[in-house]
Structures are given as C-alpha cells and as structure tokens.
Design a protein around this ligand. Structure first.
Ligand SMILES: Cc1ncc(C[n+]2csc(CCOP(=O)(O)OP(=O)(O)O)c2C)c(N)n1
Length: 320
C-alpha cells in the first residue's frame, strides 16, 4: 500500500477512536442520553468510507449503515463534531436535528440512508436502492452493513434471496461485521458457524471473509468485492471479523471489553515498517484529543430543539 494512504488511514482511525472516546466521556458526564458506536471497527470501516463512490443519486453508491459506522462517515468527510451534536441532541445535529439516537446516520447529499434502530431492516431498504441502480446502470452500488447477530433476522435472508434472483441480480455489497456477540449473546450460542459469509453459498452469491482488524487486508478485500459488484452488477457478501472494544452501548456501561485492538496493532505494524514512530503516533492522538476537547466545548453551547420544532420534518400532518 502507498505509504501516504497507509498513514491517512491511520489518521482517520485515530480521529474515529478519539471521537468515540469523547462521546463516551460526554455521556458519562451527563451530556448525552445514550451512546452506541464503533470503537474496534475502524480498521474495516475507514477503508470502506474511503473507497465509497460518494455522491447523490443512483450513479453513486448508497450506504445503508448501522450504528457502529461513525468511522465510515468520518472517512467520507463527516466532521467529528457532528457525531457529538447527534448524541447531545442539539438542533445543529445534521443527521436528525436532535431527534434520533447517537450513531443513527443520515446524509442525503452522500446517499447515506437514515439508520434505523431495528436491526437488519437496512438489508431490505438496500434492496430498493440496488433495484433502482440495476435499472439506472452505471457503476453505482448499494452497500449494506450489519452485525453478526442480526443475520438471524429474516431481513438478511430476504436480501440474499432478492439480490440473487436469476436474471434480476442486484448490484449490492452485503457486509457482516462480525464481533462475535449480539448485546450479551455469544454468536456460538445462536449461529451454527462463525463463517456467516458462507450463507451466500446456497444462493450462488460470491462471498469472502477478511480480518477486519487489519486495514490493509480490509482495503484489498473491499476493493476486490466492490470492483466485482460495480462491473458485474451482481451481489457479494463480505464478512469482516472485528472487535467491540467498549461493549454494546451505554446501556451496558460502555466499559472496555477487551479483544484485539486494531489501532494499536496497526501502529505496531507502521512502526515496524518504519512509517510511523510511537512518538509520532502519540502526537496524532493528542492532536485529535485536543480537537475533540474544543468540539465538546462548542457543542455544549449549541441550542436544543424547542417545542415549536416538534412538527417540522414529519411526513404527514392532518389539515387543521
Ligand atoms: C428487530 C430488532 N430486534 C432486536 C433488537 C434489539 N437489539 C439491538 S442491538 C442487538 C444486537 C445486534 O447484534 P449484532 O447484529 O451482532 O450487531 P452488534 O451490535 O454486535 O454490532 C439487538 C438484538 C432490535 N434493535 N431490533
């Protein structure tokens, strides 16, 4: 990998980790109501965001993300402060105007479809945009991401089936980020295999599995899968094995949970390759930590929605 790209990936991974840790600190100090996010998924989610064909409309990629995808939208260019705004529920939150949970991303100008709290439903909305893109032609694809436990939901099976109907195949990249647990249920208790990408086999869908703790392996696997979906206009199922470093959410205390830490592993690798010394890495962390400190101070000054705002952005309002 080009050293410049390798270092850029590292910088965005640090930005994402520092953002999530700032969110956890904010939530613990009473400046937020609920936290959920993706520390432990940066090595996969950052390459994903950098490889997206970003834009609006079916010529570009659609993203149907989940609640651990902050690193992906930051890699696309979202500022960390916007994540803080959503958790704090300020009216300046660009994703929902202070109305939705933390990590429920929505960016119309980049085709980031609103995230849902119901797990796995994104696998059926993704079929809709993929169908539009099948009709439209070109190279835009639909990318959908969810966790391992969610694959037990029928929506996942629907996606496998609808994306692979003979003669009506869809340009969709299905991603399962496998952290080995769903809230508190170990995957081995509910899945007959850790190789969930093999669920693609009976549908004749091309599939792969990557070490999602390794950014360079993730970059290569994503590049290959995306190239296939873009040109063949057929589905692909990619499993990325990742970690859940701070537990499920604030509901379980957002406490350090252990597991492989992709960021420290990557820093050791970059040091071995002579690309980044531990001192340089520490400086990058400090730069983002300071950035986040300023962002937290800024967000605490921003206005909250008022009762006059309750009826804006609703789909339907009965005539007076
Ligand atoms: C339809 C639905 N069922 C159950 C839940 C409750 N729930 C929220 S997160 C979660 C676990 C999801 O685990 P997984 O898919 O592995 O993703 P992870 O949180 O580990 O990234 C569950 C069961 C929900 N939000 N929606």
């Amino acid at each position: 990998m080009d050293p410049k790209l390798a270092l850029h990936i590292h910088d965005v991974m640090v930005q994402s980790r520092q953002t999530e840790e700032a969110l956890i600190r904010m939530m613990r100090s009473g400046h937020g109501y609920f936290w959920i996010g993706g520390p432990g998924e940066e090595a996969f989610g950052v390459p994903l965001g950098l490889l997206v064909d970003k834009g609006s409309g079916p010529a570009h990629d659609y993203l149907h993300l989940h609640y651990r995808s902050s690193c992906t939208v930051m890699a696309m260019g979202t500022a960390p402060i916007d994540l803080l705004r959503q958790m704090r529920s300020t009216i300046t939150d660009p994703f929902s105007g202070g109305r939705n949970f933390a990590g429920h991303l929505s960016i119309p100008q980049w085709n980031v479809v609103p995230g849902t709290s119901t797990i796995e439903t994104q696998y059926v909305t993704a079929l809709g945009t993929a169908w539009v893109q099948r009709r439209h032609g070109g190279t835009g694809i639909s990318i959908v991401n969810g966790g391992d436990a969610g694959t037990a939901e029928g929506d996942f099976a629907s996606c496998l089936n609808w994306s692979s109907r003979p003669g009506q195949e869809l340009p969709i990249l299905m991603i399962v980020t496998h952290n080995g647990i769903g809230i508190s249920t170990p995957a081995a208790q509910v899945q007959n295999t850790p190789a969930l990408h093999e669920r693609a086999i009976p549908f004749g869908i091309r599939h792969g599995r990557v070490d999602g703790n390794d950014p360079q392996a993730s970059w290569a696997a994503l590049q290959e899968a995306m190239a296939y979906v873009r040109t063949e206009r057929r589905p692909f199922l990619l499993q990325a094995d990742v970690s859940r470093l701070y537990g499920h959410s604030s509901s379980s205390g957002a406490r350090p949970e252990g597991g492989r830490d992709c960021l420290s592993e990557y820093e050791a690798k970059l040091a071995d390759q002579g690309l980044l010394s531990p001192q340089q890495a520490a400086q990058i962390h400090e730069r983002w930590r300071e950035h986040l400190r300023d962002a937290v101070h800024q967000v605490l000054k921003e206005p909250m929605p008022t009762k006059d705002d309750v009826f804006t952005h609703i789909f339907y309002r009965a005539p007076d």
